[in-house]
Write a new protein. Sequence first.
Length: 501
Amino acid sequence: MQLAFDVSSWTANLRRMFHQDRLDSVSRCTTWLLASGLLMVSVACQSTRLAPQGTPSPPAGSLSENLESHVRFLASDALRGRDTGTQESLRAAGYLAEVLRKAGAEPAGDGGGWYQVMDLQGVDLTRPPKLTLAGEAAESLECVHGADYRLMSGIGGVQNATLVTMNDPSVLPEVHGSGPVALFIDLDDPAAGFRLARDRRDELAAIADIVLFAGRPGVGKTRPLPEHLVGRPEAPASIMLNGPALERVRSGELDRVSFELAGEEPVAALNVVGKIPGVGTPDRPDLADEVVVLTAHYDHVGVSPDKSAEDRIFNGANDDASGVAVVLELARLFGEGEAPARTLVFALVTAEEQGLLGSTYFVQNPPVPLEDIVCNVNFEMLGQPDEGAGGFGKMFLTGFERSNLGPSWAAMELPIQADPYPQLQLFFRSDNLAFVRQGIPGHSISTGGMVEHYHEVTDETDTLNWPHMEICAEVSYQALVPVVSGALDPAWLPGGNPNSE
Ligand SMILES: [Zn+2]
């Protein structure tokens, strides 16, 4: 049987399916097709699992073997870089749900299923977006995507927005009037402008309908443009300007901005969420209501549009199939042990690469009350030893000095040290940030600061170091035991919560 839903009703159908399809009761297999620009869902009545045929069963080997099996599947060429919204990313989601189920977790997604379904839009960038810059006394400029500018994230369009320039990174400009606003970030250091546009997206979205920032000459031009981009339609586009377009905006000659995107279509994006309910302790039964959320992102950046390249697939073995594999094995280890005192939630999120969309959705639609979440520990790039972090078997914790977790783990003599790359601002660049923004202590455990293959097609399974990953998983388990048992109560240290900075 094959069902094709039309685009206008697909979300409702998708929701209905995922709400109904508990993996343990469903008797069919679902595959997803993106065809002719329309999302079609085909349901075949064959398998006992939601995961499509060809998806491996959860491995049942040693810790090291299991870690390798998870990564081998997630980073295989067959999954084509797990780009958000592709059929391959949904196939990955099916596998993750099945592994969590086998680990003994309970579904904690929408409506009692394993998935949180996000309403995102995809845009087809092979049909070039239209950026028009205009000014009172100047001829308007139709900018060419890739040459004059580059769309970095966000897919919101805008008509005739008024330019407001921001030169001081510490002061958000005041915006007057009621029309749409184009914020132009032009700092002395263009790299700082890029980081500001990326890291303070939500703050900027509150005052601007589109964000432009000054690029550096030549930077970003050599990287291939993506074939499509996924986002929330209401999120302002973030655009890097270059060359003459940049100069004419900077001079004030062009101060009106319009931006249109072609080929918007709904995209299926799923977070996979499971939990192991806590049981409290005799002294503190209330611990059962407290929640520790472990996260890793399973999406990656897909396939390069450069058709001449021999290898076009961004496998994302280290980023972040490795972190996902560690979370899956932590679920198994905690599932095998005694029931935890605190509740454990495992959230394998999507669309991190598109701007932390999956984790942001999670905290906006939490499966447990947000105030019950005592901390988030996120796992990023644990597949290769990181020389800056001490090499083999050594990890670092982003924002180490901000909460009592890092210092407590150091006191346990675990090989988890302070982030050796403060200049990279990694604390603000992964899914822990979504929790931090809600005031929840959140960190990433990583060994991915100074490793090869980052966001390259060479981030392949065979570059990973399994004994290193095994140590990372074991140490993470040991680190989490006191948190989960209630022996260690996560808390910000004085001055550590960035929301009060
Ligand atoms: Zn990552």
